[in-house]
Design a protein around this ligand. Structure first.
Ligand SMILES: *Cc1c(COP(=O)(O)O)cnc(C)c1O
Length: 374
């Protein structure tokens, strides 16, 4: 018995789309790139979409296009994948962490203002596990203090807040398409923005700083090779054509987990959203009750793995990552809410075509292991 943590949902449609590109001469910078971008722009309700080779590259270009540099401060969350802080460090900026809300697991917007200093340039909220941040509050704070907002929507394609799609509510935002995300291009990412200037800078910087209107080898500025191939874009287009169905499937897997776990009091499940929130399901993360320790959680994970149930620790706090401790001297206790949650989370197997009998197997064993722990 082996149940994977995640798995892409690839149909014949995707395979045919990729093979069709391989039969052309345009493997990169061909017609699939603008077609994929147009699909995303429309879906995310954004004026521009710029495809890149990873979510991390996209976040880096957002930070750079906003002019964030040496010791500029960017307010963000410690409870995220490491890329959301690294993208600030790439430009020698400083991530300033603000603790999270224990219900939504997103940055606690009520604590943002206290972290603003004269050096603060931007806020980088992460819609963690696909749950949208309270963007109205965050945008209000940003406007009041003249700050930019970069949305890390890498886990949240399709999520809405107050009826608006996440991604381009702030100055710019990024989706990611690694195989464990809601839709995949193998590797890839997409910047979305309503700002012409940011869009132009990102387009140029992903392609070695070339000016789109100038000669091929004229480099207006230092850029990067963050291009994504037409092979990846074709895969992305085919996935986008099925996105409503994909998100529905994920939501129904989440509901099946909920049915089996919600009455089990030793576990807390992810918030499902309210009237103004619609979450996009990225992963299925449960957390042990407060009375359990990190060691208990690690025992549960080890036992599940022994039974062939793959699970993950989403996420270890960024400020406690060895390189962050070394660089900034963070310690346990600095962000107690994030740490307490991070110590007790378990990501369970979660993907579109996860079978009901596998969900039964995971839930029965999970409950059994926890019951025996107490
Ligand atoms: C996946 C992810 C990214 C970017 O990931 P890539 O692997 O570079 O595509 C960034 N932030 C968060 C929160 C993510 O989950």
């Amino acid at each position: 018995m082996k149940i994977n943590l995640s798995g892409p949902d690839i149909t014949k449609k995707e395979i045919d789309a990729v093979v069709a590109v391989l039969k052309t001469r345009s493997l990169s910078l061909g017609p699939k790139l603008p077609a994929f971008e147009a699909k995303l722009a429309q879906y995310a309700e954004a004026k521009h979409a710029i495809a890149v080779n990873s979510g991390t590259s996209g976040l880096h270009l957002c930070v750079r296009s906003l002019g964030i540099k040496d010791d500029d401060e960017v307010i963000t969350t410690p409870f995220s994948f490491v890329a959301s802080a690294n993208c600030i460090l790439f430009e020698r900026g400083r991530p300033v962490f603000v603790d999270i809300d224990p219900e939504t697991l997103n940055i606690d917007y009520r604590k943002i203002e206290a972290a603003i200093t004269a050096r603060t340039k931007a806020i980088l909220p992460v819609h963690i596990f696909g749950y949208p941040c309270r963007m109205d509050e965050i945008l209000k704070i940003a406007e009041k203090h003249n700050l930019k907002v970069i949305e890390d929507a890498c886990e949240a394609i399709g999520a809405t807040f107050n009826g608006r799609k996440v991604g381009a509510m702030g100055d710019c935002g990024v989706f990611a398409f690694y195989p464990n995300k809601q839709i995949t291009t193998g590797e890839g990412g997409m910047i979305v923005t309503n700002d012409d200037k940011i869009a132009n800078m990102c387009r140029s910087m992903r392609n070695q700083g070339r000016d789109p209107s100038s000669a091929w080898l004229e480099h207006r500025e230092m850029g990067f090779n963050y291009r994504i191939s037409d092979i990846n874009c074709a895969l992305g287009i085919a996935q986008m054509e099925r996105i409503d169905n994909i998100l529905e499937k994920r939501s129904s897997v989440a509901s099946m987990y909920k049915q089996r776990l919600e009455s089990f009091k030793q576990l807390k499940l992810l918030a499902r959203g309210g009237a103004d929130i619609s979450r996009s399901w990225f992963v299925y993360v449960v957390r042990l009750d407060k009375k359990f320790s990190r060691e208990d959680r690690d025992i549960v994970i080890a036992k599940l793995r022994k039974l062939g149930i793959e699970c993950g620790i989403y996420f270890p706090c960024i400020h406690l990552q060895p390189f962050c401790v070394k660089k900034f001297g963070y310690k346990r206790g600095d962000f107690p809410v994030a740490e307490g949650i991070s110590d007790r989370t378990i990501a369970l197997p979660f993907y579109n075509n996860l079978k009901e009998k596998d969900i039964d197997y995971v839930c029965e064993n999970l409950k059994d292991i926890i019951t025996k722990l107490t």
